[in-house]
Design a protein around this ligand. Sequence first.
Ligand code: CTP
Ligand code: MN
Ligand code: MN
Ligand code: MN
Length: 362
Amino acid sequence: QKVKEESVEFLIPSYACQRRTSLDNHNTNFTDALSHLAENAELNNEDGRAVAFRRAAAVLKALPVKVTSITQLRGLPCLGEHSQRVIKDVIENGVSSEVESTIHSERFKALKLLTGIFGVGAKTADRWFKEGIQNLTQLANSGHDLNRAQQAGLEHYYDLNQPVTKAEAEAIGDIVKKAVLDVLPGSEIILTGGFRRGKITGHDVDFLITHPDEGKEVGLVSKVVSWLTARGLLLYQKNTRNSYLESEDGPAQPPSNMDRFERCFSIFKLEKKEIPNRNWRAVRVDLVVSPISQFAFAVLGWTGSKLFERELRRWAGQVKSMSLSSHALYDNKQCKYLRATSEEEIFTHLGLEFIPPSERNA
Ligand code: CTP
Ligand code: MN
Ligand code: MN
Ligand code: MN
């Protein structure tokens, strides 16, 4: 598990949660190619293939040097035959022919466009594609009944496909803070997701909210949503109540990436004076509320990246016989929950070196 470059050797452990992955990616030519294949596999509902490509890309993201020769890859983990072939193609030809033909195919282009609509997943997009729907006009004219999320997604398609900047995330953070502290003084609000990992743009803004007195946070999301709605700040919202019960959802349940926190998937109407005629833009915002006793797990679970989270859960299960979720960590050998009040403690329970958020960009 080493990469040689001018006699320097780098140790690359096989789980992404065992290594540091900053945003400083020296191998974007390869990781873009592999990510396209992963995306294509996800659009085809081939999850196993998708994860294999994501893991391969993540290994290359973690390398401290630019790969220029296939021999440098010897001994690296997670690089299957298929991924190696793609890398070789990129080294020798500048591009991978498989990637080129994939991303220029009618199917990939259409599915990407359709899943770019908020509320449209791979399965729906595939069904529509099979009916001959390849663009937004065809969808609008198809007579399909869209659900509330999809209607909002179509209406704000352009805005929601524009990257959200850090400044916009902070402006929304100020509004969310005001709303939350107004309806429940003493609450804590943190920015999670990609922005917590140091990204300068994102596809949405993720907030995690808690209160130091356990139980006070119950029902907070709907109060915040009412506050925002009363001020005309929401273009769309879907509110879900907390449905987590430790006794039911803990160790018995298979580890899942879908948590059960009280939450709101929303679209904000963000004031932007510089946009002519309109003076606002639409921005996707996720609001999640956690009880303080689960907050460390929630912060860890909502910081991402998605692959980093997946790898943490895989490490917990396969190496430590533990079940990790955004709510709790359960030790299957000792048959007990392992409590934690910080991310550092969770890494310690898992026998992992602490990886700070900015190094979780796997
Ligand atoms: N997440 C989750 N449950 C969901 C949606 C997301 O636990 N239903 C977690 C993801 O696992 C991820 C984090 O929330 O760790 C942020 O997800 P997302 O906003 O989709 O991705 P980001 O990493 O923030 O990337 P982007 O900048 O594109 O938003
Ligand atoms: Mn570097
Ligand atoms: Mn996000
Ligand atoms: Mn999100």
